[in-house]
Design a protein around this ligand. Structure first.
Ligand code: AMP
Ligand code: ZN
Length: 493
């Protein structure tokens, strides 16, 4: 058996560390979720697919995982100080909660398309205002905050006297001193690096709550501090997000947690890297974007054809989460070939039956399987794990082509090859086999045609035709049932 020690590159210490959860067997993981004021873009999808892989691998290793991924529905401001949710609400003439629901639904649908697992808890910032107000009060009580005109600011200078500020991002407070760019509406700050933890709302603001300081709303960083503490405790195992969140969001999260309860929230910080398109950061202002739907249908100048969600996911898997990923048509075409090749090999594998208990290739094949696991345990290295899986593909094909005799592989080893391939492709990478789901779609289409034809025959009281269709389908093990809501069909096993 391979050594299953999991190593994680911890952004907090900038080193690769062996992973040991604080409670053996259990993992608490918090990931910053989307701000639900517009459709998720492919960059967001890459980040959430990466954390899904991490979640799935932790489950595969046998951990009981509590995976918390929030929904940001208040407080994430634009540079001009306007709340993203309010902007969305005004633009679409909807209630802010309608905007949040609309884009949360869209986000979930997209995550389903990419076949990701739902988190264990998905808390919303607006559902945790009380917890956030309590945290602001603790920060004030501990002397790390100050109130000014109904808003409350985090006092970075007071905090930096007692704790290192900038640990995660490597920023130093002197640099921040020089940064005089102030967010609008935060003019009461004593120091440029201070940040709002509670903001007084002006008349035009639509999302506001009563607090001891003003009718207002919480600062963006606060929700993740309050909700991670509530659901995972003051100290938990893993905190994740895209690396654009390192500063200020995650740096300030750490500061808030330390300033309120004195503890560092997470022991391992994991940051995913950005998605680029043709070498440049995906950016709306440069027209350098493609939506997931455009990528699936091929309706974009950036791609020559459509790519299935599983091919796009496979393309993402070919890159380590920690590296930038450049989306190119050529890269997607190569991913499509690789995806089809491995799915075909898996199909071939399922048809192989061992003829002996042990064989001369057993040791070699077992070592190849161990290597897949070792690579994945090395900071979730999906490209290298995939590379090792691909090394097994010619072995499978050799048996299929009769170049190697199946007597060379023992039944126990063959069962392990099947189960590791299955687990990696479907349980850990969360892929689906497009060839199979495609044929199911065709089957659905065909069956609805047959059911319609039979309904027409019945309407015309053409009982012989209707019975013939039913009986011939029964011969194919397809059972149709006439109920009060119409006709349904099932395949009998
Ligand atoms: P947001 O909805 O902007 O709060 O972002 C949700 C998540 O997507 C965060 O973890 C971001 O870091 C991540 N993200 C945003 N843009 C990209 C990108 N181009 N590539 C990868 N991740 C991204
Ligand atoms: Zn967050």
């Amino acid at each position: 058996m391979s050594d299953n020690t999991l190593f994680i590159v911890n952004s907090l210490t900038r080193t690769k560390e062996a992973f040991t959860p604080s409670t053996p067997g259990y993992v608490g993981m918090y990931v910053c979720g989307p701000t639900v004021y517009s459709d998720v873009h492919l960059g967001n999808c890459r980040t959430f697919v990466s954390f899904d892989l991490i979640y799935r691998y932790l489950l595969y290793l046998g951990y009981k995982v509590r995976y918390v991924r929030n929904i940001t529905d208040v407080g994430h401001l634009l540079d001009d100080g306007e709340d993203r949710m309010s902007k969305g609400a005004k633009a679409e003439q909807l209630e802010p909660m309608e905007v949040a629901q609309k884009y949360s639904n869209g986000f979930h649908a997209m995550m389903d398309i990419f076949n990701t697992l739902r988190p264990s808890i998905e808390p919303r910032a607006t559902g945790h205002i009380i917890e956030q107000i309590e945290m602001v009060q603790q920060i004030l009580d501990n002397g790390y905050g100050y109130e000014a005109n109904g808003s409350v600011y985090f006092d970075t200078l007071a905090y930096a006297k007692d704790h290192p500020y900038g640990e995660l991002s490597g920023r130093i407070i002197e640099d921040l001193l020089a940064e005089s760019r102030d967010l609008k509406k935060q003019t009461d700050k004593k120091h440029p690096s201070d940040f709002a933890i509670w903001m007084k709302a002006d008349e035009s603001h639509i999302m506001k709550w009563e607090s001891p300081w003003s009718l207002g709303f919480p600062g963006w960083h606060l929700e993740c501090s309050a909700m991670s503490t509530k659901y995972l405790g003051e100290n938990f195992d893993i905190h994740g997000g895209g690396n654009d969140l390192k500063f200020p969001h995650h740096e300030n999260e750490i500061a808030q947690n330390k300033a309120s309860c004195g503890c560092t929230p997470a022991r391992y910080w994991v940051h995913t890297n950005m998605l680029l398109m043709n070498g440049k950061k995906m950016s709306k202002s440069d027209g350098n974007t493609i939506t997931p739907d455009q990528l699936f249908t091929g309706e974009s100048e950036h791609v020559s054809k459509g790519y299935s969600p599983m091919v796009v996911k496979f393309f993402m898997l070919q890159c380590h989460y920690n590296s930038t990923l450049d989306l190119t048509d050529g890269g997607l075409q190569a991913a499509e070939k690789g995806y089809q090749r491995i799915m075909e090999a898996y199909k071939t594998l399922t048809g192989l039956e061992a003829t002996s208990e042990s064989g001369s290739d057993d040791a070699k094949l077992n070592a190849m399987l161990d290597a897949v696991i070792t690579e994945m345990s090395d900071d979730f290295n999906t490209p290298k794990a995939l590379g090792k899986l691909f090394e097994i593909v010619p072995e499978i094909n050799k048996y299929q082509d009769g170049i190697l005799d199946l007597r060379n592989v023992g039944s126990e080893t063959l069962t392990r090859v099947k189960s590791v391939m299955h687990d990696f492709l479907f349980e850990i990478f969360g892929l689906r086999n497009d060839a199979e789901s495609g044929s199911m779609d065709k089957m659905d289409g065909l069956m609805s045609l047959v059911v319609d034809l039979r309904a027409q025959a019945r309407e015309q009281k053409d009982w012989p035709t209707s019975d013939l269709i039913r009986d011939q389908l029964a011969d194919l093990n397809i059972v149709i049932k006439d109920g009060k809501d119409g006709t349904t069909w099932t395949i009998k096993n």
